[in-house]
Design a protein around this ligand. Structure first.
Ligand SMILES: Nc1ncnc2c1ncn2[C@@H]1O[C@H](COP(=O)(O)OP(=O)(O)O)[C@@H](O)[C@H]1O
Ligand SMILES: [Mg+2]
Length: 372
């Protein structure tokens, strides 16, 4: 168990790293943030920073020597970085397996199925011929996504139900989709006409103990999370199914830390795994204000070998992301009672950039589901 005064190394310097550093500080732990960007909002609140490429061995050696445990806030850290750190004897959590599975959408879906969870129909696409083959099997509409490096809806394109709607031939439509995602290894997914989306934020400790938060209901716009609401408007059995899947994933990956698993809920109450993030997750930000132990503190506790905290929710909550210029409303939001404002301290309010979030709390209704 890492005692107060110890150091947590964090790969990645965005808002998730920033909120991890704040949570670590509350427990008396120091943080060392490592990222390649010269400017990053996590640097402002970390004890130490290293600005270097992810594969700079010299910088990684110094980083590993300074940290008692290393984690990441960004799942696209190169596998090579984790290999170098492991070779240096660093303790990395979550481990290399979770990272490798989460980095490739095909491997991720195969993994979900291997633990008995359902997913959308999918087909691995490597060229135009396999795209055509996939469309024959899966049908239209469908979504083509890059296997790697996609986030916030980037690296995805919709394949319409009818090519003729667009005034083009099937062949032209396929070609356009393939070009749009940069003609790279991809996954074709059947388009899921879901009732809603939910996610499970869960943690597993070094001792194998698991803590699960109540699943929020998530609303996306243009592929970016706009809002999360707890409790989700789903039956208790539906929430239970999602939580069971998240728990099985944690054990199968021999996971240590917080995971975010995204689900599509179908009209019959069944759930499909969409994807998972091997890190704290945007749809868990409400836990900062609605739970005694947030997902950030939970992650720090897990990787530091501490006992997991109680994930119980004391309030109902709606978290809204402040994207791009929405952050300019900060002073009005700060003036509204019952609204908890979080500003990430990023520079320019570029469109599509997550600049902060606000969580509205309401007294918890007695019949809501319970974290465990
Ligand atoms: N197969 C699908 N069917 C219907 N909607 C989808 C599908 N895949 C993704 N989406 C929508 O796009 C959003 C972002 O896609 P996701 O696969 O989660 O990528 P990202 O890594 O960008 O979060 C999802 O939350 C969902 O709203
Ligand atoms: Mg997603």
């Amino acid at each position: 168990m890492l005692a107060p005064g110890g150091t947590v190394g964090v790969l990645g310097g965005g808002q998730l790293g920033r909120m991890l550093a704040l949570a670590a500080a509350r427990l008396g732990l120091k943080t060392h943030v490592y990222a390649p960007e010269p400017e990053n909002c996590a640097y402002d609140v970390a004890t130490a920073r290293t600005i270097a490429p992810y594969t700079d061995e010299t910088a990684l050696r110094l980083f590993a020597a300074s940290a008692d445990v290393v984690t990441y806030e960004f799942e696209n850290v190169p596998a090579e970085t984790v290999d170098i750190l492991a070779a240096l004897g660093a303790r990395v959590a979550p481990g290399a397996k979770a990272l490798a599975v989460a980095q490739d959408r095909v491997v991720e879906k195969e993994f979900a199925r291997s633990i008995g969870a359902a997913t959308a129909p999918f087909f691995a696409v490597d060229d135009l011929a396999s795209l055509e083959e996939g469309l024959k099997r899966i049908g239209r509409p469908a979504i083509l996504k890059t296997r790697r490096l996609g986030y916030d809806g980037k690296g995805q394109t919709m394949i319409a139900a009818q090519a003729t709607d667009l005034g083009v031939t099937w062949e032209q439509a396929n070609h356009k989709a393939w070009e749009e995602i940069g003609a790279r290894p991809s996954i074709l997914e059947g388009f899921v006409d879901f009732a809603c989306e939910i996610s499970v934020i869960a943690a597993r400790g070094r001792d194998g103990a698991v803590a699960l938060y109540d699943p929020p209901e998530n609303r996306h716009g243009g592929g970016i999370l706009r809002a999360s609401m707890v409790p989700a408007r789903v039956a208790a059995e539906t929430a239970g199914r999602a939580r069971d899947i998240a728990e099985r994933m944690l054990h199968a990956l021999d996971y240590v830390g917080v995971i975010g698993v995204e689900f599509f809920v179908l009209r019959d109450g069944s759930v499909l795994v969409n994807e998972f993030a091997p890190r704290v997750h945007n749809s868990g930000h409400w836990t900062l204000d609605a739970c005694a132990v947030s997902q950030f503190e939970q992650h720090i506790r897990a990787i530091a070998g501490w006992p997991l905290g109680d994930p119980v929710r004391h309030s109902d909550a709606i978290m809204e992301n402040l994207i791009g210029e929405e952050i300019l409303r900060w002073s009005d939001l700060a003036a509204t009672r019952g609204w908890c404002l979080h500003v990430y301290g990023k520079g320019e309010a570029r469109s599509g950039r997550k600049m902060g979030h606000v969580t509205r709390l309401e007294p918890r209704r007695p019949d809501g589901a319970q974290g465990r």
